[in-house]
Design a protein around this ligand. Structure first.
Ligand code: PEP
Ligand code: MG
Length: 568
């Protein structure tokens, strides 16, 4: 049995599907040019057929623009210049075909990557993709592809990027286990929004699990059992059924009010990554979207998404939420989230570097395009916008001024625009938490991002399992920062929300309620449980408990205080 971190709850039993990046060693060999040319020819034909097949399977699942990526790949695979350069290398040097492809590919990739134009730089990724497939086909190797899984499996991987996770087909992927990551890594967050059971940070999983082993994934306790006994299968099948029954029972609360026993209302909202996730928020009784991570729009693309593409996505979400508030966070890229088509400076500490609002205030072209798309979408629902990673008032003012300029530009162009767009900010940096009262004079609301706020308060990388013990949502130091933020917002008559993972943690909810939090935004699958908890508590009692917690000295003390006062 292996132990990891339960990242998205559920219990499932299925065969392991090991998803490992293909390791290809390309060595230069002397070879017969005639034979290598035949190999190359066959591999090109197979590569074209592979891409056509992938495209065929994706039709209906992906949008037009996403499907166009495969057309770009087909063009590369059939590009006469590329192919003839490889043939010439084989003939001139009498070398093996995969080596010749590698050489030519590297040359073309280098040329495209150094181009000024972002679109052309994006082509380097296409060439890389296609030539990896071509080399694999020459060598007779198979490229693993999550999108082609067609039987029930549990995916086992080192890590899954957000786009890997987005490709997962829920019908067949019953769960996943990764070797790295923590509760707030993006693969974990995506798993929760897709409602796929997941265990992350299970460091030995790749060594211990073989492809096709039977696995029990207990993503409630964070355990993975390899090749279980019959008794274990019976035991866990029962556990899985019980888990599903409890989940089902919570559904009666879908339309119930989020109100304490003494009449205090809060708002329970959902976090989403793509328009597809809205469904989960609504079926789980979400009262709004408290965080739309707009960066997934950028990460699932091969180039910067256009104003229109973005407008369509935001409009879809606003319309589907039917008048309920949708808080869209502007582009939060950098840190652990890079874009293959955008050059990022090499930095020692990317989480402390050029990311989120810092990047947007530098690349105002990107920022303005997004704001225009957002403002245009405001006519279709109740839109709120928030800026990520705000550290100083000056940053907030600059971002808001650009927003106002773009809004005025659109009005001048005659575009319909809502006059009640709220403009707020995330509080993810201790400096902003402490100064929240000043920020709240100018921001319409604040939303606390505990995933980052904890990593910055504790100086502990949220991606590292080695320092995962410092992810301490119950540490009194963090509670004081949260209190300063909520009190700061309230002192200016503004609302305070939380969209970090802490907002959905059953034991944190009583405490946050007592601290006065107005809005809790979480993974859709946590909303109903949260409502059940809120409805069982007295606001007056939770306020008292929160005051006591602020005077505790350790996380453990806070946790035992909560456990002594509430039964969850
Ligand atoms: C956070 O930092 O708490 C947050 C909600 O943002 P993200 O997890 O996307 O960094
Ligand atoms: Mg964050």
């Amino acid at each position: 049995m292996l132990k990891g971190i339960a990242a998205s709850s559920g219990i499932v039993i299925a065969k392991a599907y090991k998803f490992e990046a293909l390791k290809m060693e390309i060595v230069k060999k002397e070879a017969n040019a005639e034979e290598e040319l035949v190999k190359l020819n066959n591999a090109v034909a197979k590569t074209i057929a592979d891409i056509e097949l992938i495209k065929e399977k994706a039709v209906g699942k992906l949008h037009e623009e996403e499907l166009a990526i495969f057309d770009a790949h087909l063009m590369v695979a059939q590009d006469p210049e590329l192919i003839s350069s490889v043939e010439n290398t084989i003939k001139a040097e009498n070398v093996n075909a995969e080596y010749a492809v590698d050489q030519v590919a590297n040359m073309f990739i280098g040329i495209f990557e150094s181009m000024e134009d972002e679109y052309m730089r994006g082509r380097a990724a296409d060439i890389k993709d296609v030539t990896v497939r071509l080399k694999a086909n020459i060598l007779g190797l198979v490229i693993p592809n999550l999108g082609t899984i067609n039987e029930e499996v549990i995916v086992v991987a080192e890590d899954l990027t957000p786009s890997d996770t987005a490709q997962l087909n829920k019908q067949f992927t019953k769960g996943f286990v990764t070797a790295i990551g923590g509760r707030t890594s993006h693969s974990a967050i995506m798993a929760r929004s897709l409602e796929i059971p997941a265990v992350v940070g299970c460091s030995e999983v790749l060594e211990k699990v073989n492809h096709n082993d039977t696995l029990i994934l207990d993503a409630v306790s964070g355990e993975v059992i390899i090749n279980p006994t019959n008794d274990q299968i019976v035991e866990y099948t029962e556990k899985a059924e019980k888990f599903l029954l409890e989940k089902e029972a919570l559904k009666v609360l879908k339309d119930a009010e989020s109100i304490t026993t003494d009449g205090h209302h809060v708002e329970l909202a959902g976090n989403i990554g793509t328009p597809k996730d809205v469904d989960g928020v609504l079926t789980n009784g979400g009262e709004g979207v408290g965080l739309y991570r707009s960066e997934f729009l950028y990460m699932d693309a091969n180039e910067l998404p256009s104003e229109n593409e973005q407008f369509e996505a935001y409009k879809t979400v606003l319309e589907s939420m039917n008048g309920k508030r949708v808080v869209v966070r502007t582009l939060d890229i950098g840190g652990d989230k890079e874009l293959p088509y955008l050059k990022f400076p090499k930095e020692m500490n990317p989480f402390l570097g050029y990311r989120a609002i810092r990047l947007c205030l530098d690349r105002t072209d990107i920022f303005r395009t997004q704001l225009r798309a957002l403002i245009r979408s405001s006519a279709f629902g109740k839109l709120a916008i928030m800026f990520p990673m705000i550290a100083t008032l000056d940053e907030f003012r600059k971002a808001k001024a650009i927003f106002e300029e773009e809004k005025q530009n659109l009005i001048n162009e005659g575009v319909a625009v809502s006059d009640s767009i709220e403009v707020g900010m995330m509080v993810e940096i201790p400096a902003a938490a402490i100064l929240a009262d000043q920020f709240a004079k100018e921001a319409d609301f604040v939303s606390i991002g505990t995933n980052d706020l904890i990593q910055y308060s504790m100086a502990a990388d949220r991606m590292s399992e080695n320092v995962a013990y410092l992810y301490q949502p119950f540490n009194p130091s963090l509670l004081r920062l949260i209190k300063a933020t909520i009190d700061g917002a309230h002192s200016q008559g503004k609302w305070a929300g939380m969209c970090g993972e802490m907002a959905g943690e059953p034991l944190a909810i009583p405490l946050l309620l007592g601290l006065g939090l107005d809005e809790f935004s979480m993974s859709a699958s946590s909303i109903l449980k949260a409502r059940q908890i809120v409805r069982s508590l007295s606001f007056a009692e939770m306020k008292e408990m929160a005051n006591e917690a602020l005077n505790c000295s350790t996380s453990e003390e806070v946790l035992s205080l909560i456990q002594s006062k509430v039964k969850i």
